[in-house]
Design a protein around this ligand. Structure first.
Ligand SMILES: [Zn+2]
Length: 295
């Protein structure tokens, strides 16, 4: 990918290395205090007194924990990436903003870009706490994409999908979910899922995921047209990544068997098909994965 020198997005929040608001601080510094509170409680102490001790009166490390957590204080200058991988990510996010901004404005609409949050190990989102092992995700409630850059190591080694465009595809897929949220598609699917069986619900979820893949392709198509983003081999990298994280291949890797009814993201072949469709057409309308007969 020709990403160097590209515009860096300002919508990147760097929370790597941030301390968790409660858990981390308590575990490291306040274990003794917690134990003491527990003993006091067992002895019949007033819960309100105990709570006030926890909230600050107890002293020790706990008082240093900001109850609002780090969420209110993202690292200043988060847009100024502090290493190459973070710089890469913010250029990709910038390219996504430019492309989707153009597509929306051509449709007479204003594009509200998502924020990308970099984290390590554990993160608090408006959708709840999340661990790195869950992989990158998009939270519609705060309209943020969350990624632990350690996932790229997994993508290279565990999933055997190396390459910078493979990495960009992962972010583009999550931003695809943001587009679905802006268009109200995710909300519709969510509503329908509440009224159906788990199996039917999973099928709808697959449609949603495949559309996000297709939107990722649409982005790559336009980013290449306007900025010659792609280099020799990039398309193959992206398709390879789409195949590598298909549900069937993941299940075979982790469980040894494949259970199609439990798919929530689609098979490798489906993911490749829809990513390619977006990539080749550059047309969002070609991404109707919900229509009957779409495979
Ligand atoms: Zn997804």
């Amino acid at each position: 990918m020709r990403w160097r020198g590209g515009r860096r997005s300002e919508n990147v929040e760097d929370r790597r290395g941030a301390r968790m608001p409660m858990g981390g601080g308590l575990r490291i510094g306040g274990g003794g205090l917690l134990l003491m509170l527990l003993v006091l409680w067992l002895l019949g102490a007033d819960p309100m007194t105990l709570l006030s001790m926890l909230a600050g009166g107890g002293g020790g490390d706990v008082t240093q924990v900001d109850p609002r957590g780090y969420e209110t204080e993202p690292t200043p200058q988060a847009g100024g990436a502090r290493d190459e991988q973070a710089e890469f990510v913010s250029v990709v996010v910038g390219a996504l903003e430019d492309t989707w901004g153009e597509i929306f404005s051509q449709a007479g609409q204003r594009y509200q870009p998502p924020t990308l949050v970099l984290f390590t190990d554990v993160v608090r989102s408006a959708c709840g706490m999340a661990q790195s092992a869950m992989g990158p995700f998009y939270c519609p409630l705060d309209q943020k994409v969350y990624i632990d850059l350690g996932f790229y190591r997994d993508l290279r080694q565990r999933f055997r999908a190396p390459g910078d465009f493979a990495q960009a595809y992962v972010i583009a897929h999550e931003v695809g979910h943001h587009i679905q949220t802006l268009l109200g598609i995710s909300q519709q699917v969510q509503k329908q899922r509440e009224r159906m069986s788990q199996e039917m619900g999973n099928q709808l979820s697959v449609r949603l995921e495949l559309q996000a893949d297709c939107f990722a392709g649409v982005w790559a198509h336009h980013a290449h047209r306007s900025r010659q983003l792609l280099e020799e081999g990039d398309v193959e990298e992206g398709l390879n990544a789409a195949a590598a994280i298909g549900d069937d291949r993941l299940q075979r890797q982790t469980q040894g068997t494949v259970v199609p009814e439990s798919f929530t993201h689609g098979s490798s072949a489906q993911r490749v098909t829809w990513f390619r469709r977006g990539l080749e057409t550059g047309d969002m309308n070609a991404c109707d994965t919900f229509s009957a007969g779409a495979s």
